[in-house]
Design a protein around this ligand. Structure first.
Ligand SMILES: [Zn+2]
Length: 131
């Protein structure tokens, strides 16, 4: 296959180590495999390598920024609410907390603070749900 970016050369299949870094953290993925252009260096990982790459990247972000999704899940469980019930109390979309907990979307900082307040004062939840 010719390089889709520059069109000047055949893509070459390559296995290599790839270093990822984020903030102060870094890690190396071994035996990553993909097709690369020897002229412009553009390339694509194969499916399995790409999956490892995205997972490692998410893990790095968690390591640097902290596991906010896990924190949200823990607080929600301590409040004995489902994701839908909590979303309803906050007046956000039903799937919002599912996305936050799985780390797909980073929750807004005020929401995280509010949740931490609720954890300390669960009695406020009733009031919040009636607003
Ligand atoms: Zn190229």
């Amino acid at each position: 296959m010719k390089c889709p970016t520059c069109g000047q050369a055949e893509m070459i299949s390559k296995t290599c180590d790839e270093m990822l870094s984020y903030g102060s953290q870094s890690l190396t993925l071994h035996s990553m495999h993909g097709e690369f252009c020897p002229v412009c260096n553009e390339g694509v990982w194969d499916e399995e390598s790409y999956r490892r790459y995205t997972e490692a990247q998410a893990a790095l972000v968690r390591a640097v920024k902290g596991d906010v999704g896990g924190e949200i899940r823990r607080i929600r469980k301590s409040l004995k609410l489902t994701q839908a019930q909590l979303a309803d109390a906050f007046g956000v979309g039903k799937v919002a907390f599912s996305r936050y907990e799985r780390g797909e979307t980073r929750p807004p900082a005020p929401l995280v603070k509010l949740l931490k307040l609720l954890e300390r004062h669960p009695d406020l939840l009733k009031e919040m749900r009636s607003m």
